[in-house]
Design a protein around this ligand. Sequence first.
Ligand code: C5P
Length: 228
Amino acid sequence: ARVVALVPAAGRGVRLGAPIPKALVPVCGAPLLVHAVRGLLAAGCVDQVVVAAPPDMVDVVVDALSEFGPTVRVVPGGEERSDSVRLALDEAVAVHPDTRVVLVHDAARCFTPPEVIRGVVDAVRAGAPAVIPVLPVADTVKQVDSEGRVVATPDRSRLRVVQTPQGFDVDLLRRAHDQQDAPVTDDAGLVERLGEPVATVAGHPHALKITTPFDLVVAEALFSGAEL
Ligand code: C5P
């Protein structure tokens, strides 16, 4: 396999407030994670998926993903998101040493349209070693201090919100994780610290991250009844 997608899904989903890990929370008739994996495979350019599951729930996750067969592997996740990504990457490379392109995709962005996934893969294949899907920012964004006082107003036209999948040349992603010294919220952040360029492609509103109960309502409204 040349293109592998890593899906960190080992988080608890505290902000969602559900009694089970977020990846297993049902939305539109199936667990979030099942929609996420279906979406990756439906894009037609992903050869292998490696999911990082909550360590105490590996069996449950394997069960939930059994419909996909050996195309989808499950590993126990780690303490932090970046640990989960690293563990999934190790598994992917062990199984497919010829892996060239690695996607890292949040299970929570389970309705990401296939064209976004293909756009990221195409851009990496065309030579960009790190690629992220982005959207323009509708709101004005302020930077505040610890007291909540405004300290800066960045020029909105130059801000973007970042989605997943983020796509990488496999060697660059490994190097980025090897040099990690402090936690970051996304893998492209690690690549930036190496001083390597990160390219952007168009994201999509449907790639929203399901984080809160509000987001679940939005996803149900948008996608229940859609052909999934
Ligand atoms: O917490 P946050 O929303 O940034 O998590 C993003 C993704 O990383 C989620 O899909 C979550 O399941 C995953 N994660 C993980 N391992 C952890 C923590 C979070 O795979 N230890």
